[in-house]
Design a protein around this ligand. Structure first.
Ligand code: SF4
Length: 382
């Protein structure tokens, strides 16, 4: 997959969830009281940011969160209308909506199709009721299975499901059970994340107070190995550290982030990148709404230094199977930085964690679970 410099993406953050999952540190509120005011502010922001992407055409729109499926068809349709009237959206743009299984029904799916959603991303996390209760998910195991069936029946060709591994009581055979079951539903994209203990989450508190067992890196690493083996055997490409696709069904929107394409993020906590600067919106619903209403600033902006640009390219490209093009790095950042990078690559190559082939640097299969550490060892210091 290659970067297309004339294309861009739009990310729309819907900051509401029906319940707070114990492990989650994303930005959301479980109170929907401010939903109408938020939608008004979001409409305004979409119009105000019209020139951010410099008239590039939009190849992907991504409703993420939070839980975008808390919105009705009318609410989503109103957002789409503003996007279409404000931006030039490609006729075949990828339009993804993240949904939780308890929001899915046949009518809603047809409504989503009618407003142009053509890719469904479902947060399943596990098919075991015990795990869902432990994580405080809003849906049941039965709903997790049912929604995948309904989405396939509704005719969505692009379906992705999210799972979590490394859950303390999830045995390896149960994890294989989760993987096999989702494959049977015919999804062509799977995202899997190791359970991590994020600051200020309920999970962190439960572990600190001894109420629940801690997370074992060894257990997670073993389940990651099982995951890659099972999905490879079933024809999925491991195209990004946490993402697997069958028959080339790569996530266009997410791939744009990893390849360095430009994107506009709207809504509280959303991030944007236009090649020159990064900006991120305030992660507070009430303050975001007030600021947009009163024409006050609601985002912070950072102009990227050369070192930040190099680290960014190393980080995003090494996460993918397309890797880091060392020629592109040299053209962009010069001989001296490239020789420093090559020197840093050497020891990871000696340990078989990185592979260079025809000037493309990738993380080896053995290195993938350790990707974050390998990548940060290559970073340039400020
Ligand atoms: S539904 Fe998603 S965003 Fe909401 S709390 Fe759970 S994991 Fe976080």
């Amino acid at each position: 997959m290659k970067i297309n410099e004339n294309k861009a993406g739009i990310y729309i953050h819907i900051p509401f969830c029906r319940k707070a999952c114990h492990y989650c540190n994303f930005h959301f509120s479980t109170s929907l009281q401010q939903k109408a005011a938020f939608l008004q502010a979001l409409h305004k922001e979409l119009e105000e940011q019209k020139s951010y992407l410099n008239n590039k055409s939009i190849q992907s729109i991504y409703f993420g969160g939070g839980t975008p499926s808390v919105l009705s068809q009318e609410e989503l349709a109103a957002i789409m209308e503003i996007v279409h009237t404000t931006y030039h959206v490609d006729a075949n743009a990828e339009i993804t909506l993240e949904a939780n299984p308890d929001d899915i029904n046949t009518t809603y799916l047809q409504e989503l199709k009618s407003i142009g959603v053509n890719r469904m991303s479902v947060g399943i996390q596990s098919f075991y009721e015990r795990d869902l209760l432990w994580m405080n998910r809003s849906h049941t195991a039965e709903q997790a299975e049912k929604c995948l069936q309904l989405i396939a029946e509704a005719g969505f060709e692009k379906i992705t499901a999210d799972f979590i591994y490394g859950i303390p009581m999830l045995s390896h055979s149960e994890w294989i059970g989760n993987i096999n079951k989702v494959i049977q539903f015919g999804v062509n994209h799977i995202s899997c994340y190791a359970l991590t203990v994020e600051p200020k989450t309920a999970l962190q508190h439960f572990i600190a107070s001894g109420k629940t067992a801690g997370i074992s890196d060894q257990h997670s690493a073993e389940q990651f190995a099982i995951l890659t083996e099972q999905l490879n055997a079933n024809g999925f490409e491991h195209y990004e550290i946490s993402n697997f696709a069958k028959n080339g069904a790569y996530a266009l929107h997410n791939s744009s982030y990893w390849l360095g394409n430009h994107y506009l993020g709207v809504g509280p906590s959303a991030h944007s990148y236009n090649g020159i600067e990064r900006k991120w919106n305030i992660a507070n619903n009430a303050l975001y709404i007030q600021a947009v209403e009163n024409k006050l600033p609601y985002s912070e902006i950072e102009i990227l230094t050369v070192i930040q640009q190099m680290n960014e390219l190393i980080m995003t490209s090494l996460r993918t199977m397309w890797g880091l093009d060392l020629n592109r790095f040299k053209q962009q950042f010069g001989e001296q930085h490239t020789s420093t990078l090559l020197h840093n690559i050497q020891s990871a190559e000696n340990n078989k964690l990185l592979i260079t082939n025809e000037n493309i640097l990738t993380i080896s299969p053995e290195g993938k679970f350790l990707a974050d550490g390998i990548i940060s060892d290559l970073f340039f210091d400020d």
